[in-house]
Write a protein that binds this ligand. Sequence first.
Ligand code: FAD
Length: 386
Amino acid sequence: MSDVLNLPRPAWMTEDLVLLEDQARRFLAAEFAPHLEKWHEDHFYPRDVWTKSGSAGLLCASMPEEYGGAGGTFAHEAVIDREFSLIGFDTFGAPLHSGIVAPYILHYGTEEQKRRWLPKLATGELVSAIAMSEPGTGSDLQGVRTTAKRSGNGYVLNGSKTFITNGQHANLIIVVAKTNPKEGSKGVSLMVVETGDAPGFRRGRKLKKLGMDSADTSELFFEDVALPAEALLGVDEGQGFYQLMKELPQERLIVSVHAVAMIERALALTIDYVKQRAAFGKKIIDFQNTQFVLAECKSEATIAKVFLDHCIERHVKGELDTTTASMAKYWLSDLLGKIADRCLQLFGGYGYMDEYPISRIYRDARVLRIYAGTNEIMKLLIARSL
Ligand SMILES: Cc1cc2nc3c(=O)[nH]c(=O)nc-3n(C[C@H](O)[C@H](O)[C@H](O)COP(=O)(O)OP(=O)(O)OC[C@H]3O[C@@H](n4cnc5c(N)ncnc54)[C@H](O)[C@@H]3O)c2cc1C
């Protein structure tokens, strides 16, 4: 995939990150790209994708070396995540695993919890998920009905979750539950469930979706699941909401990284196509409409990438605030939708065919405006800064 925006390398992109980019690109082209079509047809990608990614150093790159990671920063995650998107593997749950679940454990886990789980997340032996959303509540997380009630030395977990990314593969699931159902946000705790040893845990359907066909987004059920005391992430109950709020800006930035990479890919595919396809004795690129549409898309994509780089740079320095992260998630995912639509139009009928990647980008793009906090919730957060 050519670098369609031709921007200078951003300041946060150090030499070791350039090497990582190259290494990830080669690995993905050789190991995963040849199978993407089959996984798409199967609506599933195999479990060993996780362990292969772990062996290639593509999981938990920002985790400290002492816990099995590569000792990098968020910039390492951003580089790897962009590469997943550039080859068209947007359905892979690794960005959530490495950039969302692992940081919860690193930042809030006890030393024992970090040693127990992080090294296995880095190898892919453990595949993780975060289960916040429930059939009755998504945006309003204070309203979760899943409970983790004290029982003897541990807890008993009851409830159901839905729309959970990695739901079929996951064997370590952070579950948002109420340890004190009488309280609102202060009653929320994060419970870590190792599914290999959790009678009463059940996976529901792998959900049929508008896009992201090979992603194993699923329902999960917990019925009187007995958990040890150490399943509580950290040591104090009632910290879950605070922990979620602290980590969500990074989740929003990860979605932003994907949005921009998907825009880059959509543009590159479209520019290629309109240079080959002809109508009325001309290439499609020779129509002024095509040039104007793509000129607009490229301009907007360039603005998007510059803003994203600004956000990544600030986040690596620990300076990215919730407002700006929310702006990035809302604006970049909205822009992806607009650009994917305009690009698809330039493919004519072929753009509507599943075998043309632009149609998948169009479908896959839609969810970026919904998950990791809907774009309406992003605007609420931004509005608080007015
Ligand atoms: C493919 C996919 C993968 C997902 N992966 C995960 C996952 O791994 N883990 C997980 O926990 N969840 C996951 N989700 C769930 C996702 O985060 C939620 O769908 C999302 O947060 C919205 O919640 P909801 O669906 O309950 O919508 P609702 O909260 O019911 O919202 C419905 C509509 O009302 C709007 N709305 C709600 N509140 C307000 C308000 N205060 N002001 C204005 N408008 C408002 C929303 O923006 C939306 O348009 C995933 C979803 C999908 C589709």
